[in-house]
Design a protein. Structure first.
Ligand code: NAI
Length: 300
C-alpha cells in the first residue's frame, strides 16, 4: 500500500496549538508538508493570547525532522488572516492547503445569550474561516491548486442546546464550503468540511469520560489529511468523523408533494404526511438541480 505524502506542499492549519489542529499539523508535517502552525493561544473561550502553543508544536515538528513555522495571529481579523497566509508565502514561497480549524466556545442557553457571545463565536469560526480562505484564495487560484478543509460540527448540523452561536457558525460553514467547491472547481480547488468528535480541552467536560481514550484526535486527522491530499477529487462534501468511524453527511430532500392548483393552507394540512415523507431522498449538487422536480411539475 503506497503511503500518502505531501512533499512540496505548503499547509496552513489554524488553531493548531492544541487539540485537533495540533494533530493535523503534526501529521501533515510528518508526511512531508511544510506547515504554518497558527494559534492565538487563548483559553477555551478565546480569552487571552500567547505565542507559546504554536511555537511548541513547531518545536515538536522540527524535533521530528519536519518543517514548520509558528504564527500567533488572530483568524478573526482581516490583518490576522492576511498575516497567516503571508507567513506561508514568506517562509515557504507558496500555499496549497488550508485547514480552518481554530475555534472557541461560549455556550449559553439562547434566552441568556448576549450579542457579544454570539458575535465572538461567529467571528472565530465563520468569519475566521472566511478571512483565512479569502486571503489564501488568489494564491490557490493562481497556482490552479488548492485543498481546503473547514471544521463544522454535529452541533451545527443538528443543533445543540446552549450553542445557538456555535451551531449557527458551524452550519454556516457548510454553505460556505459548498460555495467554495462551486467557485473553486475550475481552478482545481477542492473544499470539504468535517464534523468531528474528539476528546480535547473543548469537549472534555461535554463528552462521556468513558470514551476519552477512544476519541483521540488521531482518529480525526486521517480524514483531514486525505481530503487535503492531491489525490482527493471530491469537493463540497461534509463528513462526520471520530473514534474510528467516518460517514458522509447529506443535505437531502424528500419526494415532497406537488399540485397544479394554487396551494391553500388546507392543502398543506391535508398533505402534511406526503410533505414530510423521507423516502426516497434526493441529494442535489446545486440549486438548479434542486429545482429539477419543480420544473418537471411546472412543465408536465
Ligand atoms: P481546542 O480548544 O483544543 O483547539 C482550538 C484551538 O483554536 C486552540 O488552540 C485555540 O487557541 C485556537 N484558537 C481559538 N481562537 C483562535 C483565533 N481567533 N485565532 C487563532 N487560533 C485560535 O479545540 P478542538 O476540539 O481541537 O477544536 C478544533 C476545532 O474542531 C474547532 O473548530 C471546534 O469547534 C471543532 N470541533 C471539535 C469537536 C470536538 O469534539 N473536539 C467537535 C466538533 C467541532
Amino acid at each position: 500500500m503506497s503511503e500518502l505524502r505531501y512533499d512540496g506542499r505548503v499547509a496552513v492549519v489554524t488553531g493548531a496549538g492544541h487539540g485537533l489542529g495540533r494533530q493535523h499539523a503534526l501529521e501533515l508535517a510528518a508526511r512531508g508538508a511544510k506547515v504554518v502552525v497558527n494559534d492565538l493561544g487563548g483559553d477555551r473561550s478565546g480569552v487571552g493570547a500567547s505565542a507559546g502553543p504554536a511555537q511548541e508544536v513547531v518545536d515538536e515538528i522540527k524535533k521530528n525532522g519536519g518543517e514548520a513555522v509558528a504564527n500567533p495571529d488572530n483568524v478573526a481579523t482581516p490583518e490576522g488572516a492576511q498575516a497567516i497566509v503571508q507567513t506561508a508565502l514568506d517562509e515557504f514561497g507558496k500555499l496549497d492547503i488550508v485547514v480552518n480549524n481554530a475555534g472557541i466556545l461560549r455556550d449559553k442557553s439562547f434566552k441568556n445569550m448576549s450579542v457579544e457571545e454570539f458575535d465572538s463565536v461567529i467571528a472565530v469560526h465563520l468569519r475566521g474561516s472566511f478571512l483565512v480562505s479569502s486571503a489564501a484564495w488568489p494564491h490557490l487560484r493562481e497556482n490552479a491548486y488548492g485543498r481546503i478543509v473547514n471544521t463544522s460540527s454535529p452541533a451545527g448540523l443538528f443543533g445543540n442546546f446552549g450553542q445557538a452561536n456555535y451551531a449557527t457558525a458551524k452550519m454556516g460553514l457548510v454553505g460556505f464550503t459548498k460555495t467554495l467547491a462551486h467557485e473553486g472547481a475550475k481552478y482545481n480547488i477542492k473544499a470539504n468540511a468535517i464534523a468531528p468528535v474528539a476528546w480535547t480541552r473543548m469537549t472534555e467536560d461535554l463528552l462521556p469520560a468513558d470514551f476519552a481514550d477512544k476519541l483521540g484526535v488521531d482518529q480525526v486527522t486521517p480524514l483531514v489529511a486525505f481530503l487535503v491530499h492531491e489525490s482527493n477529487e471530491d469537493s463540497g462534501e461534509v463528513y462526520t468523523v471520530g473514534g474510528g468511524r467516518i460517514a458522509k453527511i447529506f443535505v437531502a430532500e424528500g419526494p415532497g408533494y406537488g399540485q397544479k392548483e394554487t396551494l391553500s393552507v388546507e392543502a398543506v394540512r391535508d398533505n402534511w404526511a406526503a410533505i414530510n415523507a423521507a423516502e426516497p431522498l434526493a441529494v442535489f449538487k446545486n440549486p438548479m438541480e434542486q429545482m429539477g422536480p419543480l420544473i418537471q411539475q411546472l412543465t408536465s
